[in-house]
Design a protein around this ligand. Structure first.
Ligand SMILES: [Zn+2]
Length: 293
C-alpha cells in the first residue's frame, strides 16, 4: 500500500461530507450535548425538516433529552430519551455548537436547535440539500430515514462479509459499487478515489476481476483511509466545518483527489475522468486499466 502524499493545496469545490467528516462531528458533539434537553426549535427554512411537518417538529422536539450520538454511513443520529433526531448534511450542511450566542452571524442558517441551558446547535447549509428527521423509534428510523442504506462500512462489515458482498455484485464497477450507499454506507467521492489509488485499482475495474488478495487489500485500505480521515478531523474544501466551526486537515494528505495534472509519486500525471457519474481522480500508471470491456 502506498503512503499518503506530502501536503498539497486544493482548489475549493463543494464536496459532500463523507463518513470521516460526520464521525468527527459525532465525536465532538457527543460530550457537548449529551444529557441536554431541547427547548423550542426555530425553523429559518422549514423545508429542512423532512419529517414530521414543521409544526409537529417544533411541538415534539421540545422537552426531549439527548442520550448519546451514533452514526450510520453519512447520517448523524442524535439518540433521544424518546426517538431519534437524524441529520444528513448532504452537499454543504454544517452543524455547529455554541455555549451562548454565536460571536458572529451564521451564514445560510436553516435551523436553530436551542437547549434549555442556553446553548444551541445551528444547522447552516448554503446549497439547502441537508435534511433533518425526528422519528419516534427504530422502526420509523429504518422506514423513513435509512430505508435504502446498507451496513456502515466501518462499524458493520468485517473482511469476510465484505468479500461475500463483493462476490454478489461481480459485474459492478468497483468505484460505482463503493459509492452505492445501499451496498455499504459511508464512502463518497473523495475517500473512494483515495482508497482505489492506495490499492492500485482502476476505478472502472469490474468487481469480479479482483482476486482474493486485492479484495483484502481494498478492505484494509478503506478502513485505513477512513481512520486517517477521522484522525485528521475530516477533509475541508470550501464548506465543511466540524462541530466547533473549525476546518479539518485531511485535504493535505490526499494522494490523487483534486490533483488533476499534478505528478503522482511514481512520476506520472494524475488524470481526471467521469466514472459512475462522478469526477474521478486516478494515476494511469499506478492504477492501470485492465483490458476488459
Ligand atoms: Zn502513480
Amino acid at each position: 500500500m502506498r503512503d499518503f502524499h506530502p501536503p498539497v493545496l486544493l482548489k475549493g469545490a463543494a464536496v459532500m461530507p463523507e463518513l470521516p467528516e460526520v464521525e468527527t462531528i459525532r465525536r465532538e458533539l457527543e460530550p457537548l450535548i449529551s444529557g441536554k434537553t431541547f427547548a423550542d426549535p426555530l425553523l429559518q427554512m422549514p423545508s429542512t425538516i423532512e419529517h414530521p411537518d414543521s409544526a409537529e417538529f417544533i411541538a415534539s422536539l421540545s422537552g426531549r433529552r439527548v442520550k448519546n450520538l451514533s452514526r450510520k454511513g453519512k447520517y448523524l443520529l442524535i439518540n433521544l430519551d424518546r426517538g431519534v433526531l437524524a441529520v444528513h448534511l448532504r452537499m454543504t450542511g454544517n452543524l455547529t455548537y455554541y455555549d451562548g450566542a454565536p460571536q458572529q452571524d451564521i451564514r445560510f442558517l436553516r435551523l436553530t436547535l436551542p437547549f434549555t441551558d442556553g446553548s444551541a446547535l445551528y444547522f447552516s447549509d448554503m446549497r439547502r440539500f441537508g435534511r433533518v428527521w425526528l422519528v419516534e423509534d427504530e422502526t420509523e428510523l429504518k422506514e423513513l430515514v435509512l430505508k435504502r442504506i446498507g451496513p456502515d462500512i466501518i462499524n458493520d462489515i468485517d473482511c469476510e462479509t465484505f468479500r461475500q458482498q463483493l462476490g454478489s455484485r461481480g459485474k459492478s464497477r468497483i468505484k460505482a459499487l463503493l459509492l452505492d450507499q445501499g451496498f455499504a454506507a459511508g464512502l463518497g467521492n473523495i475517500y473512494t478515489d483515495e482508497c482505489l489509488f492506495r490499492c492500485g485499482l482502476h476505478p472502472r475495474r469490474r468487481v469480479q476481476t479482483l482476486n482474493s488478495a486485492e479484495t483484502e487489500e481494498l478492505y484494509r485500505a478503506i478502513r485505513d483511509v477512513l481512520a486517517k480521515g477521522i484522525e485528521h478531523g475530516g477533509t475541508t474544501f470550501r464548506d465543511y466545518r466540524n462541530a466547533r466551526g473549525a476546518i479539518g486537515d485531511f485535504q493535505s494528505y490526499l494522494a490523487v483527489y483534486g490533483r488533476k495534472g499534478e505528478l503522482c509519486s511514481c512520476g506520472s500525471v494524475i488524470e481526471k475522468s467521469v466514472v459512475a457519474g462522478r469526477g474521478t481522480y486516478y494515476c494511469p500508471s499506478c492504477q492501470a486499466e485492465l483490458g476488459e470491456d
